[in-house]
Design a protein around this ligand. Structure first.
Ligand code: FES
Length: 381
């Protein structure tokens, strides 16, 4: 800091023994030996005291190995993170004394990520404390663009810094630090890429109605599935669906037993979120399109319950107007006209699920959804 920066209107600059100048902040109030604590009067680091590594090359080599060991631990932690990321199933659990049963993947990834991060941190601190110069240097402020001479000097200083931090002479530190920092980016990229999940359009094209679990890597083969009431998990007979009635439906095999909580599919919430269907019986006379009539059964039609705007559940049915409403942003779908959008921000009709009945008269799916369910913006481009 130079004089110009600290000299306020109405203040004076007076000489002091320590720094050559002392600065008056206000009338009659002097910084330096005039009353402020020592740390303000003489800011900065204590005077340099030679360390073991400054005096003894053996001690410096020991410090170098310690720093390299810490960076090495970071490398090990990061490599283990990558291995565990792929090797440990997300549903796997582990018992930890004092904590109990917990998610194994979270524990393994947390510990190894901490190891990777702390290895770099402790290594850098130890390096700074043992080998890097700890003398305080003062740099004067200059105009924004430095002169060519100064710029050359900066380059020289950087080179000198490399030399004095010993990174140029200590290849073990240079390479282990490079490895630790370089590898540390990998888990971050993996975390971000992995957390984004599969491509939405693909994942929303596949639902439990395709024949079973539809998670990443699963391509179920189509089989007819009974339409089950949610949450009772009981099948629906066509004769039970009267005109004007509405049922919230899930595919057979998705929900667990409501009494015992047993059964059901893995990744229940994800599957439910994609497979939810709303079942309505209309007077066949008012259904406009032949396709809609063919894909239903005697006026009973099934539609994806996921709004094509941004995916809220479309759960409000107006019996008089035959409109389905999304409570989030009021998109309104006209059921007898192929569930077309008649109001609101949604851009396409709700996808229809083709249904029929089985030998016992229960409603079953006749085909999976013919298009992706949910928000339509995934389909752009
Ligand atoms: S999510 Fe349905 S209208 Fe916005």
């Amino acid at each position: 800091m130079n004089e110009q920066d600290t000299h306020h209107p109405g203040s004076e600059v007076a000489p002091t023994p320590e720094h050559g100048t002392a600065v008056r902040l206000d009338e009659g109030h002097i910084v330096g030996d005039g009353g402020l604590p020592e740390r303000f009067a003489n800011p900065g680091l204590p005077a340099h005291v030679a360390r073991a590594a400054d005096l003894d090359e053996g001690a410096a080599r020991r410090a170098e190995k310690q720093v390299a060991t810490l960076f090495g631990l970071s490398i090990l932690g990061t490599l283990l993170f990558i291995v565990f990321y792929f090797a440990i199933d997300l549903d796997q659990t582990v018992f930890i004394p004092g904590i109990g049963v917990t998610n194994a993947s979270n524990v393994a990834l947390g510990v190894t990520l901490a190891m990777g991060l702390l290895g770099i941190g402790f290594g850098a601190v130890h390096w700074a404390k043992t080998l890097m110069p700890d003398e305080e240097s003062v740099e004067e402020r200059h105009p924004l663009r430095a002169s060519d001479e100064s710029r050359d000097r900066v380059v020289a200083v950087l080179a000198e810094g490399g030399e004095s931090s010993q990174i140029t002479r200590r290849p073990l530190i240079k390479y282990t630090l490079g490895g630790a920092l370089g590898l540390f980016a990998v888990p971050l990229v993996l975390q971000v890429a992995g957390s984004l999940g599969p491509m939405p359009q693909k994942s929303l094209s596949l639902t439990f109605w395709n024949g079973g679990p539809s998670g990443p890597g699963e391509e179920p083969e189509f089989r007819p599935l009974r339409l089950m009431r949610d949450p009772e998990n009981t099948p629906v007979k066509a004769e039970d669906v009267t005109i004007g009635s509405v049922f919230h439906i899930m595919p057979e095999g998705l929900l667990p037993d409501p009494e015992t909580g047993e059964g059901g599919t893995k990744h229940l919430l994800e599957e439910k979120a994609k497979a939810a269907v709303i079942l309505i019986r209309l007077d066949e006379e008012i259904i406009e399109s032949q396709k809609q009539r063919d894909w239903g059964y005697q006026g009973i039609v099934a539609y994806s319950k996921i709004c094509t705007h941004v995916g809220c559940p479309v759960g409000l049915y107006e019996q008089q107007t035959h409109h389905l409403l999304c409570p989030c942003h009021q998109s309104t779908f006209d059921v007898p006209r192929d569930c077309k959008v008649i109001f609101g921000p949604a851009k396409r009709p709700l996808p229809q699920l083709r249904i029929t009945v089985d030998d016992e008269g229960y409603l079953v799916s006749a085909a999976p959804f013919a298009e992706a369910v949910g928000p339509s913006f995934w389909e752009r481009g």
